[in-house]
Design a protein around this ligand. Structure first.
Ligand code: PHE
Ligand code: CO
Length: 285
C-alpha cells in the first residue's frame, strides 16, 4: 500500500504494465546486491528463532532463500501448490486500489529493487527484502493466505465506501505489525517486524510499547506511526481469531466509526485487554 507518501517514489515505473507489474530481471542483480541480501538474511535469521512465530519459521524452512536474492518464478511453483498465491514483480509502492486488486486475486506484489548497503538497518520505502522476507513465508500458511485475500477484497470494498483509512489501520496493525500470543510470550507475524533488525526485538522484548489484545473496532480507529517503531502492538491469540473477527461485513462498523476522533497510537483504553502497558510508548525510534 502507498500509505501517505509525500515524496517521489524510488522505483522505475517507466516500463510497467497497466497493472503495475514488471519483469523481475533477476540477471540484472549485481554480486554486491546478492551479498547484501545474504547479510540481511543472516542478521534476521539470528533473531527469527527467538522472535518470530512458529508459522513463519515453518514456512521459511520450506523455501531456500539464504544464498541469493530469490527468483520469483521458482518460489511461485511452491507457493502456487501450497496456497494458490503467486508473487508478481512491481517497481515499488502501488496505489491502494491496484494493491488491493492484486491481493483480492491472490497475487502478492513484491518490489524488485534492493536497498543500498547504507540502508542496512533502516529503509523508508519497502524493498525486496521487506516484501519477500517479511511477507512471503506467511503466504504459505493457509489461514493467513486466506486472510490476505480477504484484506484485498475488503480494501476494494472500503475504497467504495470511503473507509480506506480504517481498513489501512487494520492492515497495518495485523499484516505489517501484528504479534501473536504463545506460551513463551508474544511472537512476531507482521512483516514490518519480521524484516526489521531493530523492531523484531523491540516489539517482543522492550518494556516501552503497549501490547494489547486484538480488538477489531479499536484497531480501526487507532492512528499509527510510519517513521518510528510502533507505540502499540495488537496481539492475536491465533490466526483463526484474526480470520473470524474480520469475516463479518464491515459496512456497519465503518458507519459506526465514521466521524469519530481516532485514538492516538500510544493510547491505552479502559476497555483494552492490556497484556503489557508501555513504559515509554511515545519515545520509540
Ligand atoms: N470482512 C471485511 C468487509 O466486509 C473484509 C475484510 C476481511 C477486511 C479481512 C480485512 C480483513 O469489508
Ligand atoms: Co509490507
Amino acid at each position: 500500500m502507498t500509505g501517505e507518501t509525500d515524496h517521489a517514489l524510488r522505483g522505475d515505473y517507466s516500463r510497467m504494465r497497466p497493472d503495475y507489474t514488471v519483469d523481475q530481471d533477476w540477471d540484472a542483480y549485481t554480486p554486491e546486491q546478492h551479498e547484501l541480501w545474504r547479510r540481511l538474511y543472516r542478521r534476521q535469521m539470528s533473531l527469527v528463532p527467538r522472535y518470530a512465530c512458529r508459522e513463519f519459521q515453518e514456512s521459511l524452512a520450506a523455501i531456500d532463500i539464504a544464498g541469493a536474492i530469490p527468483r520469483f518464478e521458482l518460489v511461485n511453483r511452491k507457493l502456487g501448490s501450497a496456497t494458490h498465491w503467486q508473487l508478481v514483480a512491481v517497481p515499488g509502492l502501488l496505489p491502494d486500489l491496484m494493491f488491493f486488486e492484486h491481493l483480492a486475486n491472490r497475487r502478492f506484489p513484491v518490489t524488485v529493487w534492493i536497498r543500498e548497503p547504507a540502508e542496512f538497518d533502516y529503509i523508508v520505502e519497502p524493498d525486496i527484502f521487506h516484501d519477500f522476507f517479511g511477507h512471503v513465508p506467511m503466504l504459505f500458511n493457509p489461514v493467513f493466505a486466506d486472510y490476505m485475500q480477504a484484506c484485498g477484497r475488503g480494501g476494494l470494498k472500503a475504497q467504495a465506501l470511503g473507509a480506506i483509512e480504517m481498513l489501512s489501520r487494520l492492515y497495518w496493525y495485523s499484516v505489517e505489525f501484528g504479534l501473536i500470543e504463545t506460551p513463551q510470550g508474544p511472537r512476531a507475524y507482521g512483516a514490518g517486524i519480521l524484516s526489521s533488525g531493530g523492531e523484531i526485538t523491540y516489539s517482543v522484548d522492550s518494556p516501552d510499547p503497549n501490547r494489547i489484545g486484538f480488538d477489531l473496532l479499536r484497531i480501526m480507529q487507532t492512528r499509527y506511526k510510519i517513521d518510528t517503531f510502533q507505540e502499540t502492538y495488537f496481539v492475536i491469540r491465533d490466526f483463526g481469531e484474526l480470520f473470524e473477527a474480520t469475516a463479518p461485513d464491515f459496512t456497519p462498523y465503518y458507519e459506526q466509526l465514521r466521524g469519530r476522533e481516532p485514538h492516538a497510537a500510544s493510547a491505552v483504553l479502559a476497555t483494552d485487554r492490556v497484556l503489557h502497558r508501555g513504559a515509554h510508548p511515545a519515545r520509540a525510534a
